[in-house]
Design a binder for this molecule. Structure first.
Ligand code: AHR
Length: 354
């Protein structure tokens, strides 16, 4: 009797175990396949729901942007760097890899190669000069990494080597500088101009020179008597202006500086020479940093042609659009103004962001 009871107990336990195991198995099958369908062969295929959740996971990963910056030669450039850092570093959708080339193209090429090796999603490049980019940009293209040019342009035969350019019309800036200078002085007044060029080979220098000459060449009273690079820096601008004053002193009526920093250096040189900048020698420069607004308010400079360095938001938008597979514009332009005289500078100064 005892052995019958044991056999009965064993059978009940075994049956319960079988029931529990099969119930577990049914649950597992439902949780894996509840959103999926089967194909003609009865094999389970994804209906996309699982992929969407994987995609969501992927899209929560930040967009990695490698930014190769030229350096910190001017107040304008520092403002540009700050704008990009402020925008991308404070947005969890981005991860920024920043590299400062200290004015050297070879450092920029190295930085680009490092971004390619790290498989960043997007490369942003502020190119120090226009030429010499083909090889490295081909490498980026082969790695399927879109390149966005910031503020300066490049010259390449194959235009598909970059996706877009975000920045200003430098030729127009040069033309505006010349037009405003002629308006200020008068088109019938004989005027000798000295020009402080930006970095040799930079699109910002080449185009600003071209635009200015376009207008000046139309007026026989206006002559560019000297033109030399001041490398976009305050110290070189001062040095070159000192040399101009030494050779041409009293003959100089106006300075055209490709950026504010060189104009500020020139102002110092003119004062040390014993003349009054803004009065004896009129000054027009490009950028629009706060220091030049103060100089114009003080009567030491005359015309500011604005060039906007706050490109962070436009870069962020372009990067997001590209990652979403949207087409972006070939040239994403920036909005800019011109300020002439102390009154205009005074009104604008409180709102200046750089
Ligand atoms: O490329 C823009 C120019 O580069 C700015 O005018 C100048 O200040 C800068 O260094």
């Amino acid at each position: 009797m005892k052995s019958m009871k044991r056999i009965f107990l064993f059978l009940v336990t075994a049956l319960s175990l079988v029931l529990i195991l099969s119930a577990c198995n049914t649950e597992n099958t439902n949780s894996i396949g509840e959103n999926n369908e089967t194909d003609n062969n009865g094999e389970e295929v994804s209906n996309g729901d699982n992929e969407v959740s994987e995609e969501n996971e992927a899209s929560s990963e930040p967009i990695v942007v490698g930014f190769s910056q030229i350096g910190a030669e001017s107040g304008w450039r520092t403002a540009e760097t700050q704008s990009i850092k402020d925008t991308l570093e404070n947005d969890p959708q981005f991860e920024l890899k920043f590299s400062d080339a200290q004015q050297k193209q070879e450092n920029q090429i190295k930085a680009l190669r490092s971004f390619i090796a790290q498989q960043v999603d997007i490369i942003a490049l502020a190119p120090v000069v226009e030429s010499g980019w083909e090889t490295v940009l081909k490498e980026a293209k082969e790695a399927d990494i879109p390149v966005i040019l910031l503020d300066r342009r490049i010259k390449v035969e194959d235009e598909s080597l970059y996706t877009s350019f975000i920045g200003s019309d430098f030729i127009l800036e040069g033309e505006n500088a010349a037009k405003e200078l002629i308006n200020l002085i008068g088109e019938d007044v004989e005027t000798n101009i000295v020009e402080l060029q930006g970095t040799v080979g930079a699109s910002a220098a080449n185009d600003r020179m071209e635009g200015f000459a376009n207008i000046i060449d139309e007026n026989d009273n206006y002559n560019i008597i000297k033109s030399q690079t001041g490398d976009f820096t305050r110290s070189k601008g001062k040095e070159v202006m000192e040399a101009f004053l030494k050779s041409d002193g009293e003959n100089i009526d106006a300075v055209y500086a490709h950026n504010d920093d060189m104009a500020l250096g020139a102002i110092q040189a003119i004062e040390e020479y014993g003349l009054k900048p803004g009065e004896d020698i009129k000054i027009v420069s490009v950028d629009g940093i706060k220091d030049i607004f103060e100089a114009v308010i003080a009567g030491k400079s005359n015309i500011i042609v604005e060039c906007n360095p706050l490109l962070g938001p436009q870069l962020a938008q372009a990067a997001k659009d590209l990652m979403e597979g949207k087409e972006i514009e070939r040239w994403i332009k920036t909005e800019e103004s011109v300020f002439v005289g102390a009154e205009a500078a005074e009104a604008a100064l409180p709102d200046r962001k750089y």
